[in-house]
Design a protein around this ligand. Structure first.
Ligand SMILES: C[C@@]1(CC(=O)O)C2=NC(=C\c3[nH]c(c(CCC(=O)O)c3CC(=O)O)Cc3[nH]c(c(CC(=O)O)c3CCC(=O)O)/C=C3\N/C(=C\2)[C@@H](CCC(=O)O)[C@]3(C)CC(=O)O)/[C@H]1CCC(=O)O
Ligand SMILES: NC(=O)c1ccc[n+]([C@@H]2O[C@H](COP(=O)([O-])OP(=O)(O)OC[C@H]3O[C@@H](n4cnc5c(N)ncnc54)[C@H](O)[C@@H]3O)[C@@H](O)[C@H]2O)c1
Length: 226
């Protein structure tokens, strides 16, 4: 590993459905973090704040979240949560939430002092099953946003469509190909074809057979012809 390559963060993609999430605060930062949770499929979000933005109010009205219109109590509100976001404008409260979350082993994001929390929220691009997240690990949120916008313009709908097809093909390959090496080669070739758009993919079964043929020898012939 390159010297100093670690910036101290381990990237993951969390599965959010069914997880109890707590958001403390109801201002514009809480709103942005909340939208991120909902886009990720979080369906058990409780937001605690005496006042909220109009958008949060609407989400509560339609039942997308549960809003408790009161101040957050560190001692009683965190228990049972899987993840907490502290986004109030009360620094001491946010710090106390960080401490309690650490004690209880709950994932925590602290909006005004990220080093106290266990995770930071990256800038996110979603294109179907493709999920790109960019973080500047706290150095510059604006920079992270700029990099992700650059990537957004490069990785368009074509990639989302390709991933749908690859997912279908991969399931088929898992079912039909027993030889591990062959399966791996076929799936690499399929991803390569999607990236270069060299071949039209066609029906998944036909595509799989063509990939197997190419892998088992056709590939060499093609390379010789080029
Ligand atoms: C990426 C994004 C994701 C999201 O929030 O969804 C995100 N911030 C975004 C925007 C943004 N945030 C801020 C500005 C104003 C300009 C500026 O100050 O730079 C803008 C620009 C804007 O609003 O356009 C101010 C700010 N941010 C933090 C602090 C406190 C601190 O540094 O401790 C302060 C100062 C507050 C104050 O003034 O006191 C902290 C964090 N913000 C992070 C994420 C985490 C690290 C990200 C990374 O480095 O990769 C981190 C560390 C913790 C966390 O929040 O997890 C989202 C863009 C979403 C998108 O893509 O559209
Ligand atoms: N991490 C980020 O991306 C980022 C970006 C900008 C600002 N910030 C920081 O995030 C914090 C919030 O910013 P904002 O612009 O949303 O502020 P804001 O003033 O718009 O909102 C603060 C919210 O906290 C609520 N609140 C206050 N006391 C509370 C309590 N005891 N319990 C529950 N809720 C309470 C208020 O009702 C309000 O809804 C600030 O400290 C700011 O410095 C973080």
């Amino acid at each position: 590993m390159e010297k100093n390559a670690s910036n101290g963060y381990y990237p993951v993609a969390l599965k959010m459905a069914g997880k109890r999430c707590l958001v403390a605060g109801g201002g514009k930062v809480a709103e942005r973090k909340l939208m991120g949770l909902l886009e990720a499929g979080a369906d058990r979000v409780v937001l605690i704040s005496p006042a909220v933005t109009e958008a949060i109010q609407k989400l509560s009205d339609i039942g997308a979240i549960e809003w408790l219109p009161r101040a957050c109590s560190v001692k009683s509100d965190l228990s049972g949560a899987w993840l907490v976001i502290a986004a109030t404008n009360d620094r001491e409260l946010n710090a106390a939430i960080a401490e309690e979350a650490e004690r209880l082993g709950i994932l925590s994001n602290i909006a005004d002092d990220y080093e106290r929390g266990s995770f930071i929220t990256p800038s996110v691009i979603r294109k179907g099953r493709l999920l790109i997240s960019v973080t500047a690990t706290g150095a510059s949120p604006v920079f992270a946003k700029a990099v992700s916008r650059e990537l957004e313009s490069r990785y368009g709908q074509r990639y989302a469509d390709a991933l749908e097809r690859l997912n279908e093909l991969r399931r088929l390959a898992q079912e039909k190909i027993e030889d591990r090496m062959l399966k791996e080669k076929v799936l690499r070739l399929a991803a390569d074809e999607c990236l270069t758009m060299k071949h039209s993919m066609g029906h998944a079964e036909d595509w799989l057979h063509r990939l197997i043929d190419r892998t088992k020898g056709g590939l060499q012939d093609e390379q010789q012809q080029q």
